[in-house]
Design a protein around this ligand. Structure first.
Ligand SMILES: [Zn+2]
Length: 311
């Protein structure tokens, strides 16, 4: 017999899976068992995966070494960047720059072809190989009547004229990157965290709340333009005075809203109606802290937490 649960997203009876409230890619460790595998997988591919690879999460994941499911160290800048002089530069997971090879050919008035080559110092032994490939390619496309022997001679002469030593220039390039963040994906992620922490906090009864059901529909339909009120990077941030303990994400339930702070990414999501029985009185505000280094979590009473933080 296969065990099933009533999934809190699709509301169908389906086999369960381990669902991370704060995603694994952000070092979350709190699991709930009321999400089916299909919904979990779909949310992963529709918005969690893409937003996990955006620079706002890549950078802190890199700095704090949070790998999530991946075996490889996270690289904050996996794409090719551009230095001021136009060189294309990659950095490895330790921010060591590496210039990608560039080969440019120029037609001279004499009819000769000049090849300008820029390679990383690490690749200088590959220069003859790169030059030879370039000459053979030019010969094939532009001098089709040249015999194989003639091309070989041209290659040999060109390689012989290469300098024995190369000038190695060292530089500390400023590298530019073009990055984009899909705010719809980010909103869905924050809504999902709010939805799941409220479920964890109140249990199944919360599914009866009509505003909470609307939040579910919003996430399930991926249509963040619905009537759920929420904001990403709220300005002003009403909880800016709450300092996160070292290496912790904060997720707070206060009144009818959820405040989420993952690294420095913040959001406020309305979870229940203002008059809802689930709306929390001041003395019951709940603060969930997720330590992304220790992979642990704990719950605090918000008022008590503030007092202990001051003391
Ligand atoms: Zn489901």
């Amino acid at each position: 017999m296969c065990m099933t649960i009533n999934c809190i997203f699709c509301r169908e009876d389906r086999p369960p899976t381990d669902e991370h409230v704060v995603p694994e890619f952000a070092g979350g460790s709190l699991l709930i068992k009321n999400v089916c595998k299909r919904c979990n997988d779909n949310m992963g591919s529709d918005f969690e995966g893409p937003i996990s690879r955006s620079v706002i999460f890549r950078l802190p994941r890199h700095l704090y070494g949070i790998q999530g499911k991946s075996d490889n160290p996270i690289n904050a800048f996996p794409n090719v960047g551009t230095a001021k002089d136009g060189s294309k530069i990659r950095v490895d997971s330790e921010f060591r720059p590496y210039m990608t090879t560039s080969v440019e050919e120029r037609r001279l008035e004499s009819g000769d072809v000049q090849v300008d080559l820029k390679v990383d110092a690490k690749d200088k032994d590959k220069i003859p190989e790169i030059i030879e490939a370039k000459i053979r390619r030019i010969a094939r496309s532009e001098w089709p009547n040249m015999s194989k022997e003639e091309v070989d001679t041209l290659v040999r002469n060109s390689l012989e004229s290469l300098p024995k030593e190369y000038e190695v220039k060292s530089s500390q390039p400023t590298i530019g990157y073009r990055e984009s963040i899909d705010l719809n994906h980010l909103t869905l992620l924050m809504m999902k965290i709010a939805y799941e922490i409220a479920f964890h906090h109140h249990g199944e009864d919360v599914l009866e709340d009509s505003e909470y059901a609307r939040l579910r529909e919003t996430i399930y339909s991926r249509d963040t333009k619905s009537k759920i009120s929420g904001s990403i990077f709220p300005q002003p941030d009403p909880f800016v005075f709450v300092t996160s303990p070292d290496n912790c994400h904060c997720v707070m339930l206060c009144k009818n809203i959820c405040y989420v702070r993952l690294f420095n990414v913040t959001a406020i999501i309305e979870v229940y109606g203002k008059e809802s029985v689930f709306s929390l009185d001041d003395e019951n505000w709940a603060l969930y802290l997720f330590d992304y280094k220790a992979k642990s979590w704990r719950k605090e009473n918000f008022i008590e937490y503030l007092h202990s933080a001051i003391a």
